[in-house]
Ligand binder design. Sequence first.
Ligand code: AMP
Length: 407
Amino acid sequence: MNIFVVNAGSSSLKYQMIDMELEIVLASGIVERIGIEGTTLKHHANGEDKVIENASIADHNEAVEAVVETLLSSEYGVIESIEQIGAIGFRIAHGGERFSDASLIDDLTLQAIRENGELAPLHNPVSVVVIEACKRIMTDTPMVAVFDTAFHQTLPSKAFLYGLSYDAYTDLKIRRYGFHGTSHKYMVMQAAKMLGRDIGELKLITCHLGNGSSVSAVKNGVSIDTSMGFTPLEGFVMGTRCGDIDPAIVQYLMKKKDMDIEGVIDYLNTGCGVLGLSGKSSDFRDLWKHVELGDERSMIAIEVFCYRVKKYIGSYVAAMNGVDAIVFAGGIGENDFGVRGLITEELEFLGVDIDREQNNSRGVQKIISTPDSKVAVMVVLTDEELMIARDTLDICSRVGEVHRDAV
Ligand code: AMP
């Protein structure tokens, strides 16, 4: 059966068509710069790329129409009719406290996604538009929402509550939600498989290190803490985001830089992190190039990033009273062996022993600790789309809803 996976960003729409029999990607693509001049549709299928530059796509609604048309096209398509799509899985940024699992999209779920738009204003409203567009074109196809926050709904109150007054939580829903849930869940499943152990007996620290980064403490398969919070701004120093800071800095910046609150929040999201520290780039490949040329601030930025990750690892070992494996994923976690090396050095007290030769590789899923290491350290090539497709299939099978012609 084919599952169509849709991931809508504020000005983009990523998609994959996955044949779930063998878990093979039949087609993938992205529409970028939606609603901005120079909209592009890039589609990959049957070993070929199709790129439409300056596509006439005005909004997410038209983006869905263009993608479905491409999937059906005789030249580049991979399906002959929309009935060959068994179900659609949507990545949804925020499920609030309502969703601790993926959910079949009915009117109530759609309404809840709409209401959670307050917590994710750049993402949830756009997802609603995309879901409605798919519903118009694929009237009978079951649709499932897979939430970035759902995996972390198991956090105990001592981990999800901030030290604010309790009514900030009860009245305003201010709490730690956590994000990248689909990736953390995938890492947990893959790590257990690679270790040949049962998820239910493992203490794992999963590090999703990319442009946005987060770490989770996962005990017996359950997320018990995570670094991102009310929004994805909390936690590590990231590509352009500041991560954890003293909240009093906000007012100080407003006064000293004569900024309004929107200006400060924009700065904290887009002008900080390793970009702000280095003054060079948010991309770790660029940072290492600058380091090679002797740029000290790029090295400092990398060190701040790695130190922050290491501190979180230490705190999660304490939170779980131990750890069996530390798992790396994301663009940096999967590829940047320099960063993995810096994060895991001087962790001998924990029993971490890295095999430097094994660590020296990019984009390979494997264990990078020595066989004697008390704590396994591993690289997992995360696959959020596949996880969304699996969740979609799982929900559809549980409620007995799969497109009748696609089985
Ligand atoms: P993501 O947001 O997961 O796509 O990750 C983006 C980050 O991964 C950027 O900082 C990239 O520099 C880094 N990255 C991606 N590929 C590589 C690579 N081959 N080597 C080192 N870093 C990489």
